[in-house]
Design a protein around this ligand. Sequence first.
Ligand SMILES: Nc1ncnc2c1ncn2[C@@H]1O[C@H](COP(=O)(O)OP(=O)(O)OP(=O)(O)O)[C@@H](O)[C@H]1O
Ligand SMILES: [Mg+2]
Length: 253
Amino acid sequence: MSGAETMSGTNGAEGGATVVGLRGVTKEYAGGVTALRGVDLTVAEGELLAIVGPSGSGKSTLLHIVGTLDRPTTGSVHIAGHDVAALSDRRLSALRAQHVGFVFQAFHLVPGVSARDNVAEGLLYSGLPRSVRRRRAAEALERVGLADRLDHRPHQLSGGQKQRVAIARAVVGEPALLLADEPTGALDSASGAAVMELLRDLNREGATIAVITHDTEIAAGLPREVRIRDGEVVADVRNVPAPVPPVETGAGL
Ligand SMILES: Nc1ncnc2c1ncn2[C@@H]1O[C@H](COP(=O)(O)OP(=O)(O)OP(=O)(O)O)[C@@H](O)[C@H]1O
Ligand SMILES: [Mg+2]
């Protein structure tokens, strides 16, 4: 991949460049489970969307395919204008390392390693020297409100803090596409709200973000909601932002 390449692919219906384009995607796992049955999904640059659906409906499978961690059984996947099927595993890893950040429900932090080095790990394949990786890691931790926890190891952090470290690791390489699988699933509601606020901030700064959530309130609060059931997209809804309450409640209202 040359440095001149951008995240932009073709233009989507929204006018923004298409970051994710799935056409007729199916996924069959060994053992005969069909996890996805013909999914079409287009995500434009700058979107913030929720993926919702019951347990076992195929959400994680979908996110793994979007993030190129897994390939579909049939159908096409375009990420940032690249046809995933046409890329070797090595080129695909490079595309992923450059453009995609993941946040997993179970954090996946390395135990016994400081928050800072956990985050720096997100730049391992960037080719940057270690000192730069560590400086960027500190900056990313600052961005998620953990400037005072650089040297804490995972067992010394709360669940919400661990999730923020995981988010810092996912965004330290400034990926154009951030994928989060139940990032609030293991958190209390206050920590969950803080994590969602952080994702909104990152979206405002330009990241395209897809978030899996079981929480219907969180989903309804995001600009777009893709509902999945039994491996199929059954609804794709644009949510109108909640109205800002009026400052004055004068007689005319
Ligand atoms: N590696 C695998 N091998 C075989 N079957 C799998 C594999 N991973 C997932 N499945 C099956 O595929 C279906 C979809 O799983 P997936 O993990 O995508 O669901 P999900 O919507 O993310 O569920 P949850 O909300 O519980 O996380 C399930 O029936 C699951 O059992
Ligand atoms: Mg899942």
